[in-house]
Design a protein around this ligand. Structure first.
Ligand SMILES: [Zn+2]
Ligand SMILES: [Zn+2]
Length: 308
């Protein structure tokens, strides 16, 4: 990995004036620092979050990795550093030494355990918006602004639950419990567990994917026959997931669709969901998709007829 660090400027903060801040260019240009080192990166699925929430959730996860990895590989926090790419929704963790000293490499082998511990750190703190005992770190270049505990928790519950259910059983049983002495802490953990259970079922996604072609065929002979194949499957998957859990995180719909191989185009979902929403066929609220009432009525009606 090759890291280029350049000082663009800095914020001059007036602490006496309610933290009023002004961006300043340095008077003297500093030459950029170039570091050739070893590192790892994580691609984080954030499709179900809005753009702002995605970045702050990513930033929060970046902090958690910066906190947990040094514990795991036994080094100082300043021995490793992190960066993130909003565009790629990717987090980089690298050794802060020329040539690398094997820290990030060591973390790679334990990455699942590390993510478990990240989840533990964030879900076991009783604070609401993040604090120095969970996600705030002095190394942050953004003064611990732009962090979002709630979205990060959702992101992680999903990543752990959905991605790993197939490998290691359902998430709600493998979540380790802490002391649970404080009420707030226990509540948060329960909430996280419910979330993981609700959206973290690989089985649910598979079930929706297997039922979708049937529903899509019904749509083809309905008053919505003008819809294309992708749209019909998108609606079918949304309908089936909605039957089970109510409004569905968009990322879960994308997962189910990916099992159906109706398209390889990654951007398709965003484009079509916007269009279907405009047409009043689906609803999208806080990153959760549900069939609009008229679609629900049509499909519920069809199901009824079948049963009779
Ligand atoms: Zn906290
Ligand atoms: Zn930060």
């Amino acid at each position: 990995m090759e890291i280029n660090k350049e000082l663009d400027g800095y914020w001059l903060v007036n602490t006496a004036q309610k933290g009023e801040k002004k961006f300043q260019r340095p008077e003297q240009q500093l030459s950029p620092v170039n570091l050739k080192t070893t590192g790892l990166w994580l691609d984080v699925p954030v499709e179900h979050l809005s753009v702002e929430k995605a970045d702050s959730a990513l930033h929060t996860l970046e902090h958690l990795l910066h906190i947990v990895i040094p514990w795991q590989v036994m080094c100082e926090r300043s021995d490793v550093d992190t960066l993130r790419s909003k565009e790629r929704s990717r987090i980089y963790v690298f050794d802060n030494y020329e040539g690398g000293v094997g820290l990030a490499e060591g973390a790679l082998g334990n990455i699942e355990q590390i993510i478990d511990r990240c989840y533990e750190v964030i879900s076991s703190c009783a604070c609401s918006g993040g604090c120095p005992s969970c996600i705030h770190i002095p190394q942050c270049r953004e003064r611990n602004d732009n962090l979002d505990k709630e979205s990060a928790l959702e992101l992680m519950a999903m990543a752990l639950g959905v991605e790993r259910a197939g490998k290691s059983g359902s998430r709600q049983t493998s979540l380790r419990s802490g002391s649970g002495r404080e009420e707030g802490r226990a509540e948060l953990r329960l909430e996280a567990r419910a979330l993981a259970a609700k959206i973290g079922q690989r089985k649910l996604v598979e079930k929706a994917a297997s039922g979708a072609p049937g529903i899509a065929r019904k749509l083809k002979v309905s008053s919505f026959h003008q819809l294309n194949n992708y749209d019909r499957h998108l609606i079918a998957v949304t309908y089936l997931l909605h039957l089970e859990v109510g409004p569905v995180p968009a990322g879960v719909v994308v997962q189910a669709l990916s099992l159906l191989s109706v398209t390889r185009e990654g951007k398709m979902f965003d484009l079509r969901i916007t269009e279907l929403r405009r047409m009043g066929i689906v609803d999208l609220k806080d990153g959760h998709v549900s069939p609009a009432p008229k679609m629900l009525e049509l499909l519920d009606g069809k199901e009824e007829c079948e049963r009779r």
